[in-house]
Design a protein around this ligand. Structure first.
Ligand code: ADP
Ligand code: MG
Length: 341
């Protein structure tokens, strides 16, 4: 390491990034989580210039003229738009790391199904933002570390990360992912299921973020002790005028039935496919849930009923991946082998 690298390394704050389909989070060494923003970008349609990133872009969604596009570049668990993803990463890194000439070390958590081309796109974006060393880690591994699972144990542990675009089911043992099942059904698909349900059942057309709001307010995966109500607003499809109706947790459960079944199915399929040795160990250790979808009411009890296993929720499920990535960054010596590159 030359003097230049040493000096700039010294003033550079190393970063751990959770590049999620719904949310991007950044942890800085010694400071904790400094950024937590929707993975969204608002662009000028004509020339592709960035108008807003993160929460500022999300506010614009569905409310801009045709000359402005608001996109989620990582939709469906993959990098759907390379260029915009790169711009977004650059923007976020610069936002938390204003030091000119800073050369931080960066670890990025990426979906486990990421292709070599996508890996290169992420690495390139981080380099262009000034990073001097870049490591990648798979999200389920980061989630497991962030959920305080003993990943180095020879005993298998199951982690289920329910994000925006994908649900990832993984069995981790000896610091490696021994089994991995990924489906493109997670929080976004729940929102879309609510939109479809309201349109067919109530002739009510609602925006995707209104659907997300009611999901968070009163959605569930199994019957609740207490009844919940939430008002939802949209447009009457037939008459074309505004309309508001009140939904119950029961109605929302029916609306969410399909995506919830798919998520349960991915977990039971994984349990069906792993070795009997892992099954025995997971019966002892249970399943840990992470990601925003893990917060859905009644999901733990639903999964317990379907699998007969103990179900635990990671502390602060939305932050498990960035927390784990931060732990890897701060103890790279110990965790070197869990990195992809
Ligand atoms: P990603 O890793 O793909 O960025 P996150 O782990 O950030 O995804 O989770 C985002 C998803 O979690 C969104 O679909 C969001 O609607 C959902 N979510 C957040 N909070 C809740 C909640 N309280 N109940 C149900 N779903 C939630
Ligand atoms: Mg995630």
């Amino acid at each position: 390491m030359g003097l230049f690298d040493w000096v700039f390394g010294f003033i550079s704050k190393d970063l751990a990034i959770d590049l999620g389909t719904a949310n991007t989070l950044i942890h800085i060494r010694g400071e904790g989580i400094v950024l937590d923003e929707p993975s969204m970008v608002a662009l000028e349609s004509a020339n592709g210039d960035i108008l807003a990133v993160g929460a500022e872009a999300k506010i614009l969604y569905g409310k801009t003229p045709d000359s402005i596009r608001v996109v989620r570049p990582m939709k469906d668990g993959v990098i759907a738009d390379f260029d915009v993803t790169q711009m977004m990463i650059r923007h976020f890194i610069r936002q938390v790391h204003q030091h000119k000439g800073a050369r931080p070390k960066v670890i990025v958590a990426v979906p486990s199904g990421i292709t070599p081309v996508e890996k290169r796109a992420v690495i390139e974006a981080a380099y262009e933002s000034g990073a001097r060393q870049i490591n990648l880690i798979e999200e389920p591994m980061a989630a497991a570390i962030g959920a305080k699972i003993d990943i180095a144990s020879t005993m298998g542990s199951m982690i289920v990360d329910i994000g925006g675009g994908t649900t990832e089911v993984a069995v981790i043992s000896r610091s490696a992912i021994a089994y991995n099942e990924s489906i493109r059904v997670a929080g976004d698909e729940m929102d879309e299921a609510i939109v479809r349900y309201l349109r067919t059942r109530y002739n009510l057309e609602v925006g995707i973020f209104e659907a997300e709001r009611v999901k968070i307010a009163a959605g569930s995966a199994s019957p609740l002790k207490q009844r919940l109500h939430v008002d939802v607003r949209g447009r009457d499809v037939v008459r074309g005028i505004p309309k508001q109706i009140t939904l119950t947790d029961e109605i929302l459960r029916e609306a969410l039935n399909e995506p919830i079944n798919a998520i349960v199915g991915a977990i039971t399929k994984a349990l069906d496919n792993i070795s009997p040795e892992f099954t025995t160990e997971i019966m002892e250790r249970g399943i840990v849930l992470a990601g925003g979808g893990a917060i859905l009411r009644g999901l733990g009890s639903r999964l317990h009923r379907e699998t007969n296993l103990h179900i635990y929720r990671a502390r602060e499920p939305l932050r498990a991946v960035v927390r784990g990535t931060g732990m890897v960054m701060e103890n790279l010596g110990e965790y070197r082998q869990v990195c992809l590159n």
